[in-house]
Design a protein around this ligand. Structure first.
Ligand code: SF4
Length: 472
């Protein structure tokens, strides 16, 4: 039987890489749980509330989008709308070309990964440099991020030291402080040379037009300090209604993503620099990116648009821990990716229709999600969509169920099979004709066959007179 692509990838993953991903995500999850529940007596109620706020925005995007546009314009921001990835990338390029700019420093943004902005700009003669340490390492290695928050969770420090040596950033030294110091020295010069800074946006507040950025390295602040133009590429679902909503969302985001009370740098940006500010960009552009989001909004999986990209569902997912982020063949890995990537793929949905099956449906992703997204339900809906659309890739690794369906819909056949099951009690396991079954029994002893017990119990239940209900 053909195995699913994600299984094939996991089977070939080198052991040290699996250990890095497993260890990094397990530690991340444990710290997050401790911090969240130590600090909040009813963290689950907060998750529900955050989910309600984000769902409210999702349900009312038609109202909030004009509102955020008006607030941004009032704050002196130029607003651009991009329906597709190509339109978003072109908007960035047009802004740069209009200013004769050729050098960009870029802070980490998932939406720009989605549009493959860095490659696009390089192909068009723009020098585009990632400044988040993890993203910088990924860029010089020609690699891809494998986690939303920790892009190099799959690498160890020896690999990074080798990479720095290869790219002329210093002789081999795998001391983390040395690695960080070398990256910092290299990047500082680039910040000063750049013309344009590109950031994402963790939140955009409709009421005030505030863009909120959270980082732990301060790189977004450096990007903005010396450049004249700031471009923010933001997905249209990143809106929050009011500034006061940030109190809840920022508290949950930092704890869920990196187990911190607050990320080290939390920036609130309202327009370009004012005449009283000594530095900062003279102009600010916000590109509001759709790229399939309105299609998701129309679907029965719209709850996924609540996602605040904290990565907590990746850390807790048993599949992600074993397979790593690259196994998901898309920008968004883990449980969120298994839902979002096939949806954002649009007409290419059948190419990623296997991802919703990359889940044991244990529900842990829902339990940790700071905006309470019912990911297992969405995975089931997408499995159904894959079946309805006849996506072949989705059925790889699924045992044929035709025989089972016949058995389960014919009572006589079912009863006979139940009686036949008793043979298993006496048949030596080596004679069982199903290899997968034998593999299972190699590790466990099967309990004795009890087929039919449930039906007998049901029969007694039906004939027993019901006890009268005692009223209050
Ligand atoms: S789905 Fe929830 S847990 Fe996963 S990244 Fe998004 S917000 Fe975080």
């Amino acid at each position: 039987m053909a195995r699913q692509l994600i299984d094939q990838f996991a089977a070939q993953l080198p052991e040290d890489r699996r250990a890095s991903v497993y260890g990094g995500s397990k530690v991340g999850h444990e710290k997050r749980t401790k911090v969240l529940f130590d600090h909040f007596p009813d963290a689950d109620r907060l998750r529900e509330l955050a989910g309600e706020i984000k769902q409210h925005v999702v349900e009312n995007l038609d109202t909030y989008l004009p509102k955020i546009e008006a607030s941004l314009i009032a704050a002196g921001v130029k607003v651009h709308w991009a329906a597709t990835a190509e339109a978003a990338n072109k908007a960035v390029l047009d802004i740069m070309r209009a200013r004769g700019a050729t050098r960009m420093v870029k802070s980490k943004t998932m939406v720009s990964e989605e549009t493959h902005l860095a490659d696009y700009l390089q192909q068009n003669g723009i020098d585009c440099l990632e400044t988040d340490l993890g993203e910088f390492i990924v860029q010089i290695d020609g690699d891809h991020p494998s986690h939303i928050v920790k892009p190099i969770i799959h690498k160890n420090r020896r690999e990074i030291a080798q990479s720095f040596e290869r790219h002329g950033l210093g002789a081999y030294d795998d001391d983390p402080q040395t690695i960080t110091r070398r990256a910092r020295r290299f990047l500082r010069k680039k910040y000063l040379e750049a013309d344009v800074a590109l950031t994402g946006g963790n939140f955009l507040v409709a009421e005030s037009g505030r863009l909120v950025l959270v980082t732990n390295e301060g790189n977004s602040r450096f990007c903005l300090a010396a450049t004249k133009t700031h471009i923010a590429m933001v997905g249209i679902e990143k809106i929050l209604p009011r500034d006061r909503d940030l109190a809840l969302l920022l508290n949950l985001l930092a704890r869920s993503a990196t187990a911190q009370q607050l990320t080290v740098y939390t920036e609130f940006i309202k327009g370009p620099r004012s005449s009283t500010q000594p530095d900062g960009p003279e102009e600010m552009h916000v590109i509001l990116v759709d790229n399939g989001r309105t299609d998701v909004l129309e679907s029965d999986c719209r709850e996924i648009l609540r996602c605040i990209r904290c990565g907590a569902c990746l850390n807790v997912c048993p599949i992600y821990r074993q397979a790593s982020g690259h196994a998901y063949r898309s920008v968004y890995p883990g449980p969120v990716g298994a839902v979002l990537s096939p949806l954002l793929a649009g007409k290419k949905f059948p190419e990623l229709a296997d991802l919703p099956k990359a889940s044991s449906l244990c529900g842990a992703c829902n339990e940790v999600c700071p905006v309470n997204i019912p990911i297992p339900d969405l995975l089931l809906r997408l499995r159904n969509k894959g079946k309805e659309e006849g996506a072949k890739i989705a059925s790889a690794g699924t045992p044929p169920m035709g025989g089972w369906a016949v058995l389960a819909t014919q009572p006589m056949l079912w009863k006979t099979a139940m009686m036949g099951g008793k043979i298993l009690d006496v048949l030596p396991e080596k004679f069982v004709p199903v290899p997968a079954f034998r593999a299972w029994t190699d590790q466990r002893t099967l309990p004795g066959w009890r087929g039919g017990v449930f039906r007998k119990w049901m029969r007694t239940r039906e004939t027993k007179p019901r006890q009268p209900t005692v009223g209050p």
